[in-house]
Design a binder for this molecule. Structure first.
Ligand code: NAI
Ligand code: MG
Length: 359
C-alpha cells in the first residue's frame, strides 16, 4: 500500500532529525514491503523567510491530502523579535486547528538503558511507560476571557468549558489505546472543585461502563496525580485528561526519563492525518553541528505507523531497533553524560541497520 507522508522539517535541528526518521521509514518500507512517498513543505521560521507566512496555503493543502505528517520543530532566535507580525509557532497552532487535531498523545517511556539519566532514583522510574491523552482544543485555554475595571479593581477572567461530546471523543480514543496496551485507563480531573471536571468525570464513567467494561478504569485528582508521577510513575498506563492539566502533567512527566531527545508526541483527530513530532524544540544552540539526537523523531515516526497507518508490527520494529542501539551503548552527546558519543547521522544509520538486519 502507498502512504503519502508530508515532512515539515521546520527550523534549527528540524531538517537534520527529520532526515534520519525518513531514512528509518525507508528501511521499514523495504523490510515490510510498503511504499512511503515523501514530500517536504514549509512551516515555521523558514516559511516566514520564504513566503512571509509561517503556514503557507500550499502546506495546508499538502497536509490535508497526506496519510500522516512528520514535523521536526519550529522557531529560533532569528524570529524572536517581539515586534514581528508573525511568529513560527503561530504556524504550528494553526495547522493543528486546520486539521481538527483534538488529542495530544504523549508517551513517557523510559528506556531501561537510560534509567540512570533520570533525575529520580532508577528504582522509582524503572518500568515507566505512560501514554498521556491530553485534550487539545477545548478547556480553559480556549474559554471566554476578558478584563474589566482599573487600579486594584482591574480584573481578568478566563473560563473553562467542556462539552459531553468533547469528553466522549477523547475518552474513547484513550480507552481504545488502553485496550491495545495493558488495559488500564486513568482519568485525571479536579471534580472536587470544578464544574467542567464534574461533567468530565460523569461522562468518562458513562463511556467506560457502557463501551469499555473490560478496561480497568480509575480517576485521580490532578493535584494527587502531580505527586504520583514523582512517587510511583511506573504504576500508570494510559492517562486521559483535559487541556490545561495535560499541559502541566505532560511537561512534569517529560522530565522523568531525563532526556528530552527521546520523547515523541502526536496530535490526532477523529479522521484525517495525524501530526507526529518530537516534544523538544529546534535546539538552535546545536543546529548545523550534526550532533542532535534523532531518536525522538524516529520514535515519532513509529507512533505515526501505529496510530495513523495501523502498522503496529512496523512500529514495534522501530521501537525495538531504538532499544537495541541503546543496549549497544550508542549515545548522542545529550545522552552520553560526558562519555563517548556519536552524531545525528551515525545514530540514524545505527537504527536503520537494526531495522534492516532483524528478520
Ligand atoms: P529546545 O527543546 O529546542 O532545547 C532545549 C535544550 O535541549 C537545548 O540545550 C537543546 O540543545 C537541547 N535539545 C533539544 N532537542 C535536542 C535533541 N534532539 N538532541 C540534543 N539536544 C537537544 O527548547 P528551547 O531552547 O527552549 O527552544 C528553542 C526554540 O525551539 C525556540 O524558538 C522555541 O520556541 C522552539 N520550540 C519549538 C517547539 C516545537 O516546534 N514544537 C517546542 C519547543 C520549543
Ligand atoms: Mg507545555
Amino acid at each position: 500500500m502507498n502512504h503519502n507522508i508530508v515532512l515539515l522539517p521546520g527550523d534549527g535541528i528540524g531538517p537534520e532529525i527529520v532526515e534520519q526518521a525518513r531514512l528509518v521509514l525507508l528501511a521499514i518500507g523495504k523490510r515490510f514491503g510498503h511504499e512511503f512517498e515523501f514530500s517536504s513543505h514549509l512551516l515555521g521560521g523558514i516559511a516566514i523567510d520564504e513566503t512571509g507566512d509561517p503556514l503557507p496555503p500550499a502546506t495546508v493543502e499538502a497536509c490535508k491530502a497526506a496519510s500522516a505528517i512528520l514535523l521536526g520543530a519550529v522557531g529560533g532566535p532569528k524570529w524572536d523579535d517581539p515586534s514581528a507580525k508573525t511568529r513560527p509557532e503561530a504556524g504550528l497552532l494553526r495547522i493543528r486547528k486546520e486539521l481538527g487535531l483534538f488529542a495530544n498523545l504523549r508517551p513517557i517511556k523510559l528506556f531501561d538503558e537510560l534509567a540512570d539519566a533520570s533525575p529520580l532514583r532508577a528504582d522509582i522510574v524503572r518500568g515507566t511507560d505512560i501514554l498521556f491523552f491530553r485534550e487539545l482544543t477545548g478547556g480553559i485555554y480556549f474559554g471566554e476571557s476578558g478584563t474589566s475595571g482599573s487600579g486594584d479593581d482591574e480584573t481578568a477572567f478566563q473560563s473553562m468549558t467542556y462539552s459531553v461530546g468533547e469528553v466522549k471523543r477523547i475518552v474513547r480514543m484513550a480507552a481504545k489505546a488502553a485496550q491495545g496496551r495493558s488495559n488500564r485507563l486513568t482519568s485525571v480531573d479536579k471534580a472536587n472543585v470544578l464544574e467542567p471536571s464534574r461533567l468530565w468525570r460523569r461522562t468518562a464513567a458513562e463511556v467506560m461502563s457502557s463501551e469499555f467494561p473490560d478496561v480497568q478504569y480509575d480517576v485521580v485528582l490532578v493535584d494527587s496525580m502531580a505527586m504520583h508521577l514523582i512517587n510511583r510513575p511506573a504504576d500508570f498506563d494510559v492517562v486521559v485528561t483535559g487541556n490545561m492539566f495535560g499541559d502541566i502533567l505532560t511537561d512534569e512527566a517529560s522530565m522523568l526519563p531525563g532526556s528530552l531527545g527521546m520523547l515523541p508526541s502526536a496530535s490526532v483527530g477523529s479522521d484525517g492525518p495525524g501530526l507526529y513530532e518530537p516534544i523538544h524544540g529546534s535546539a538552535p544552540d546545536i543546529a548545523g553541528k550534526g550532533i542532535a539526537n534523532p531518536l525522538a523523531t524516529i520514535l515519532a515516526a513509529a507512533m505515526m505507523l501505529r496510530h495513523s497507518l495501523s502498522l503496529n508490527e512496523e512500529a514495534d520494529a522501530i521501537e525495538a531497533a531504538v532499544a537495541a542501539v541503546l543496549t549497544d551503548g550508542l549515545r548522542t552527546a545529550d545522552l552520553a553524560r560526558g562519555g563517548e558519543s556519536i552524531g545525528t547521522e551515525a545514530m540514524g544509520a545505527a537504527v536503520v541497520a537494526k531495522v534492516s538486519s532483524a528478520s
